[in-house]
Design a protein around this ligand. Structure first.
Ligand SMILES: C[S@@+](CC[C@H](N)C(=O)[O-])C[C@H]1O[C@@H](n2cnc3c(N)ncnc32)[C@H](O)[C@@H]1O
Length: 316
């Protein structure tokens, strides 16, 4: 997270924070923590400063001090735009977080939006949309009359899906990412919404995709339930996840990974008939392959137990 870029609104404190960053850049995290602590004496309500102090303490091997700093950041801003709760959770012997603070995801991607496409496709060799389309086609998908792209981001998935979709809608938490998607002109409708906290949605889609999004959601019960309700009989749900041995794991990267049995059970219980789970490499991170699953699940052509008569808050 780039809390370091946020000003404290106090020039003296900001200057001290800059010195702290210089120590950190040289690998002297103890000095960085000392200097940043002195800045925080001037601006004790500076959330970004407390978050960053936690990171310096962590790197200096001072776990307890790191936890105290992240606690302070959370107390000052419970919406948690820097993801202090995730850092705190990762510091436990056994992380327990199963969801991500929406404010953290929003800020992360708002900051990332303008350089996202170049960073992902060139820097990280991201191939999520192409892999998803190929797996969908391998499972009998030809064309969607009405498709929904969850966590559509800047529209990389939308560009790939456009030739195979009648009406194509996208939804995302980040206004910055949505603005980039809008500029591409591939979606018929875009909306800002949190896919992890949706009401039930009436059945209207024959395809819902989520490319590299569930890593920011964690527990998938709620999202799978409303997607199932929003799909028409015979509809497809297709997504990628980072692969884990356990059900749900919060990784050091502060992204979630998911296990195959967890996904298969969840989709089966939700009523999906055909579930195809293919191992793949969706992208790299710091030069390492991110081992992933590409999942395509189809509803039976006739569904009897349909839910979803709630109000839709997603684009029609
Ligand atoms: C790694 S990007 C992938 C974007 C796009 N699907 C692609 O393949 O390029 C993850 C996107 O998911 C969005 N996202 C994460 N959690 C979300 C949530 N709970 N609700 C809506 N969007 C979310 C982020 O804002 C971000 O745009």
């Amino acid at each position: 997270m780039t809390a370091a870029r946020f000003s404290s609104s106090d020039p003296v404190a900001d200057r001290r924070a800059d010195y702290a960053e210089q120590f950190a850049a040289r690998g002297d995290f103890q000095a960085a923590a000392d200097v940043l602590s002195s800045a925080l004496e001037l601006v004790p309500a500076w959330t970004a400063g407390w978050f960053r102090l936690g990171e310096f303490h962590e790197k200096a091997g001072q776990g307890e001090a790191a936890l105290r700093a992240w606690d302070q950041a959370l107390e000052l801003d419970p919406a948690d735009p820097f993801g202090a709760s995730l850092k705190r959770d990762l510091a436990r012997a056994m992380p327990v977080a199963e969801s991500m603070p929406p404010a953290f995801v929003e800020l992360l991607f708002d900051q990332y939006a303008s350089r996202f496409d170049a960073a992902l496709t060139r820097g990280l060799e991201y191939r999520g949309p192409d892999i998803l389309l190929a797996r969908l086609q391998a499972n009998g998908f030809e064309r969607a009359a009405h498709a929904l792209d969850l966590g559509c981001g800047t529209g990389l998935m939308g560009e790939v899906l456009r030739p195979f979709s009648g009406r194509l809608a996208g939804v995302d938490l980040s206004a910055g990412m949505l603005a980039e998607a809008e500029a591409k002109g591939v979606y018929d409708a875009l909306a800002k919404a949190d896919i992890a906290r949706m009401d039930m949605v009436p059945a209207q889609y024959d395809l819902i995709v989520a490319a590299d999004v569930f890593a920011y959601v964690g527990a998938l019960e709620a999202v799978i339930a409303w997607c199932r309700a929003a799909l028409l009989p015979g509809g497809y749900l297709a997504f990628t996840v980072e692969a884990a041995e356990e059900d749900i794991v919060l990784k050091e990267s502060r992204r979630f990974a998911h296990g195959a049995p967890y996904l298969e059970n969840l989709l089966t219980q939700a009523g999906f008939a055909a579930i195809d789970l293919a191992p793949c490499v969706v992208r790299k991170d710091r030069g390492e392959d991110i081992h992933s699953f590409c999942v395509v699940a189809a509803l039976p052509a006739i569904c009897h137990d349909r839910e979803g008569d709630g109000e839709a808050r997603i684009p029609a």
